[in-house]
Design a protein around this ligand. Structure first.
Ligand SMILES: [Zn+2]
Length: 269
């Protein structure tokens, strides 16, 4: 056996065990005996027999990584801070436990994707198609989900804190266990959502600056309060009502400051 052929036979050892998920979750996702088994990527250089998608380094050649990603079997893949916006994926790709933190996935078709416990924190998901995707327990904190398509997506337990959800459609969504603290929900459709005691309203979105922006935020918290109230979650509805008042106070203060500047401009020194 030549050294080259033995190198080529090195296989990525990543399996379902590395995804660190409960057995019941693995069973539900039908990946209880999943393994990668792809060829090792530059084992001499990395000192590891992991394939390119599972190698724990940010220094991956994009063309090789994208080639490896295109087949859609991506559980546990590591593609942090990678520009994947032009990626064409097969239907219902599997990204369970994948690290896509800070990645750009603008307008990528992720419909039907399995993204359970995926790290999408800070990811750019603007206009992405997530219809029918499973995002349960995914980390979407500070992700840009503006205009994301979310019909039939499963968001239970997802962390949406500081996420940009402007104009996203969360109507009829199950937000049980979801964290919304500091999320920007201006213009977000919230009618008919369901929630439970694990749903966290948290703190006010810090991003608005103008009176009109605070007005839109207050309206969004009003809608959230109504939706939570409809679910019988009076404590959480009161929290949303508190944020609505906070946004109204900030709106009045921003308006006062704007008017003060205008008065100075009009009256001169
Ligand atoms: Zn692998």
């Amino acid at each position: 056996m030549s050294p080259d052929s033995s190198t080529q036979r090195e296989e990525c050892p990543v399996t379902n065990d590395d995804l660190d998920l409960a057995d019941a979750v693995l069973d539900t996702l039908e990946i209880a005996s999943w393994s990668c088994s792809r060829p090792a990527w530059e084992p001499e250089k990395t000192g590891s027999s992991r394939c390119i998608r599972h190698t724990e380094t940010a220094e991956k050649p994009l063309d090789e990584l994208v080639d490896e990603i295109n087949d859609g079997d991506l559980h546990g893949a590591i593609a942090s801070k990678t520009v994947l916006s032009s990626l064409e994926l097969p239907s219902s790709p599997g990204f369970v436990g994948a690290d896509l933190s800070g990645a750009a996935l603008v307008k990528v078709d992720l419909s039907g994707a399995a993204l359970v416990e995926a790290d999408l924190s800070g990811a750019d998901l603007w206009g992405v198609d997530l219809s029918g995707a499973t995002l349960a327990d995914a980390d979407l904190s500070a992700a840009d989900l503006r205009k994301a398509d979310l019909p039939v997506a499963n968001l239970r337990g997802a962390d949406l804190s500081e996420a940009d959800l402007r104009y996203a459609d969360l109507s009829e969504k199950d937000l049980s266990g979801v964290t919304l603290s500091q999320a920007d929900i201006r213009g977000t459709t919230l009618e008919g959502l369901s929630a439970n005691q694990g749903t966290t309203v948290g703190k006010m979105c810090p991003d608005p600056a103008s009176p009109a922006e605070y007005d839109a935020l207050a309206q969004a918290y009003h809608d959230l309060k109504e939706a939570l109230s409809d679910e019988g979650l009076s404590q959480r509805a009161r929290r949303a009502r508190g944020l609505e008042r906070q946004a109204r106070t900030a709106e009045a203060w921003a308006r006062f400051k704007t008017n003060a500047v205008l008065r100075r401009v009009n009256c001169g020194p």
